[in-house]
Design a protein around this ligand. Structure first.
Ligand code: ADP
Ligand code: MG
Length: 403
């Protein structure tokens, strides 16, 4: 998905207030009634309608009048809310080129004020699997319970918590987790390439050993990656490995843990055998009838690994990712849906949004430098308090004063 961050410079405080109002309304509504947006944003002289029109024009909102007149955020609208928050927090100051398109994410380079380049992962749960869930199940009946906004936020929170607490702080080779807001995770940029792009290795055996060793160490630590493959392992010029992509990780106490563990192991064996012609001491046959190695089978027997899972839940909860969050996201990943058990009625929840918007920090000007298509840095500023919506601006000019 194209992320035209240039547009950030045109957005005013009012634009962000209305975007935030729509975001808040989406807690209770898939499509937020225009009248409710206007009530939450509470701009003077009915100004909200004009702003909504502008946001629609820039594809930050989507209009829907099939049941009633209303709007929802687009991914772009949600991206802008997260980017603006992180820029204002001083986490980064520039957005650069796109470096990855995953199944359920877009990855961009971003740079801090002092020029350090980091990676920004924007989670897009729902882009693939959400539709798959929809077609497989009677999903529509429950549409208010699992919306992409909530799920993408949960996926980001989970990835951040695992990367920082469960893995990074225990010496696993993962990117350094820097910050997280909404569906956006900021982490260090890994040097090198995904293993899938590497045709030849100088030393395939030790690389293989390291990778298999990681699966075992993870299990000893109470975790299974669940998507452990050549797409989610990065390798640098010194053949050093870094693991990425954690939203689907489960605990070794998960009821399907054995199956997930074996699947991760099999992926690695198959890849190394096919790509690097490694042969293993023993073989067994998997469910598809293909040979897969059971290299040092004692070591890779899930039931014989001594696992330490108990402390993890506490550590993760302390980082803001609760056991309940884990349950919700696991259910989604497995394609299950559940009823909304909230006992607060819709009207009360809407009223809570109306009063809560003033607690949001929507004011403030952040400085954002952008990289254009030719990778030339363009300086710009995220519009804030005293800025007009309509600014004349020539692309490529170096700094835009906003008064
Ligand atoms: P998805 O969950 O959508 O598969 P990933 O986290 O696997 O997303 O990222 C997709 C791609 O983006 C990766 O294969 C990799 O090429 C790139 N990427 C992701 N994170 C980083 C990072 N921290 N540093 C460098 N490249 C990254
Ligand atoms: Mg991936």
């Amino acid at each position: 998905m194209k992320l035209d961050v240039n547009m950030l410079r045109y957005l005013s405080k009012e634009d962000f207030r209305v975007l935030t109002a729509v975001e808040m309304g989406m807690r209770n509504h898939e499509i937020v009634p225009s009248e409710l947006i206007s009530r939450i944003a509470a701009l003077k002289h009915g100004g909200t309608y004009k702003v909504m029109k502008n946001l629609l024009k820039h594809k930050l909102l989507h209009h829907d009048s099939s049941k009633y007149d209303g709007f929802r955020l687009t991914y772009l609208g949600y991206d802008f809310l997260a980017i603006k928050t992180l820029v204002n927090r001083g986490v980064f100051a520039a957005v650069g080129r796109q470096i990855g398109v995953g199944k359920e994410s877009d990855i961009f380079e971003v740079a801090t004020e002092d020029g350090t380049v980091l990676a920004m992962k924007l989670h897009r749960l729902g882009r693939v699997s959400f539709r798959a869930v929809k077609s497989k199940r009677d999903y529509l009946r429950h549409r208010n319970n699992f919306n992409w906004l909530y799920l993408s936020r949960l996926a980001a929170l989970k990835e951040f918590a695992f990367m920082k607490v469960a893995l990074g702080e225990h010496g696993f080779p993962v990117p350094n987790a820097v910050d997280c807001n909404r569906h956006c995770v900021i982490m260090s940029l890994v040097q090198g390439y995904p293993l899938v792009q590497v045709k030849q290795l100088q030393n395939p055996e030790p690389v293989f050993e390291t990778i298999v060793g990681l699966i075992v160490r993870l299990a000893e630590h109470g975790l299974i990656h669940c998507d452990f493959n050549e797409f989610n392992l990065m390798i640098d010029d010194d053949e050093k490995i870094t693991m990425i992509d954690f939203p689907q990780m489960v605990s070794v106490s998960h009821r399907n843990a054995q199956m997930y563990f074996d699947r991760d192991v099999e992926c690695v064996f198959k890849f190394f055998r096919k790509r690097y012609n490694l042969s293993f001491h023993e073989y067994t046959v998997d469910a598809d009838g293909e040979d897969v190695g059971t290299y040092e089978s004692n070591r890779l027997c899930f039931s014989s690994i001594s696992k330490d899972a108990i402390f993890l839940d506490k550590e993760l909860a302390a980082s803001g990712f609760s056991t309940k969050d884990q349950e919700v996201i696991e259910k989604f990943i497995e394609g299950a849906v559940e009823e909304n058990n909230s006992d607060t009625d819709e009207e009360t929840r809407d009223d809570e949004c109306v009063s809560a918007i003033n607690e949001q920090n929507i004011e403030g000007v952040g400085s954002l430098h952008l990289q254009d298509e030719d990778e030339q840095t363009i300086d710009c500023v995220v519009a804030g308090e005293d800025n007009d919506t309509e600014h004349d601006h020539q692309a490529g000019e170096s700094s835009v004063p906003l008064t």
